[in-house]
Design a protein around this ligand. Structure first.
Ligand code: SF4
Ligand code: SF4
Length: 290
């Protein structure tokens, strides 16, 4: 099964939960678990799992290259580009590759056949193992803005393993943008990590709207740093029918382990059974809704 760990904003403990879950599941006898870090703009799960990476792949997409000797500067390519990634000036065709989505419309519509598509590097995928955990992450190339094709390719390459894993855990990018939609799409369950503050509640509502209401996924909430804020998140979850999977207390030892790049479920084994309970709850809730 594929479980995405997401949060409406960064810094709520999404990677903490994703790596902790992967770690405790990997400790179960015969368990086969996978962690895929889809936060391709700022991947950091590897800092805690420290995988041995053994394979790397490039992610490219096709961008137009114009042969000015064939171009008549008719402007058709600029008209058909929905993303304003190509502009035709007198005697000049400018391609803004950072805005190009590689759709190929301009090349297909050019009446002179003056456009060819050439691959441009968007990012890299890396695959490896951290003990019993199969690991994969993506990394967006510096200067590139298109995270979704990198995430799409990462999932296409990594998730065929999901059928043979006890759980494939996707660590989503923070927020509610297209890259989060791309990560969530096709998941069996979404764990939404939040904190019990008004900001946490605001972002949680958006995350529930996206994952449950728009994408139709079963969702559950983990309240991180429980005890430091107010009861707004609890009240919302009760009213919205969203199960609270667990509450992780505000514990400076967890924060210290995280800031030192240590796997908190190893440093603080008293949390292992709590995270295993989360995994069991997710499994039974997923089965109940499938
Ligand atoms: S559509 Fe083709 S011929 Fe027309 S401006 Fe674009 S590249 Fe040139
Ligand atoms: S490939 Fe698509 S997005 Fe890119 S410049 Fe051509 S029409 Fe625009």
């Amino acid at each position: 099964m594929v479980v995405t760990v997401a949060s409406g904003k960064g810094g709520t403990g999404k990677t903490l939960v994703a790596t902790g879950l992967a770690d405790v599941l990997s400790g179960e006898a015969g368990s086969n678990v996978q962690l895929v870090d889809c936060d391709v703009e700022e991947p950091n799960a590897h800092l805690f799992l420290r995988p041995q990476l053994h394979r790397s792949e490039e992610v490219t997409h096709p961008v137009p290259q114009v042969d000015l000797t064939q171009c008549t500067f008719c402007g058709r390519c600029a008209q058909v580009c929905e993303f304003h990634a190509i502009a035709v000036l007198s005697g000049k065709v400018m391609v803004f590759t950072e805005m190009c989505h590689g759709c190929g419309s301009c090349a297909r519509q050019c009446p002179e056949g003056a456009i060819t598509e050439v691959p441009e590097l968007l990012g890299h995928l890396e695959f490896g193992r951290a003990g019993a955990i199969a690991f994969a992450h993506g990394r967006l190339e510096v200067g590139q803005a298109l995270a979704t094709p990198v995430i799409r390719q990462l999932k296409a390459r990594a998730l065929p393993r999901a059928a043979s894993t006890a759980m494939s855990i996707l660590d989503a990018p923070p927020g509610n943008a297209c890259s989060v939609v791309e990560t969530l799409r096709g998941s069996d369950y979404a764990i939404l990590v939040t904190e019990p503050t008004p900001f946490g509640l605001h972002d949680l509502k958006l995350a529930v709207e996206l994952a449950r209401d728009a994408l139709g996924l079963p969702v559950g909430v983990i309240i991180n740093r429980d005890g430091m804020g107010d009861a707004g998140v609890e009240s919302f979850c009760a009213a919205a029918g969203v199960p609270v999977l667990t509450r992780l207390p505000f514990d400076r030892r967890v924060a210290r382990a995280y800031s030192e790049g240590q796997l908190w479920t190893r440093v603080l084994p008293e949390y292992r059974s709590q995270m295993l309970e989360v995994a069991r709850a997710v499994r039974s809730l997923t089965e109940a809704t499938s």
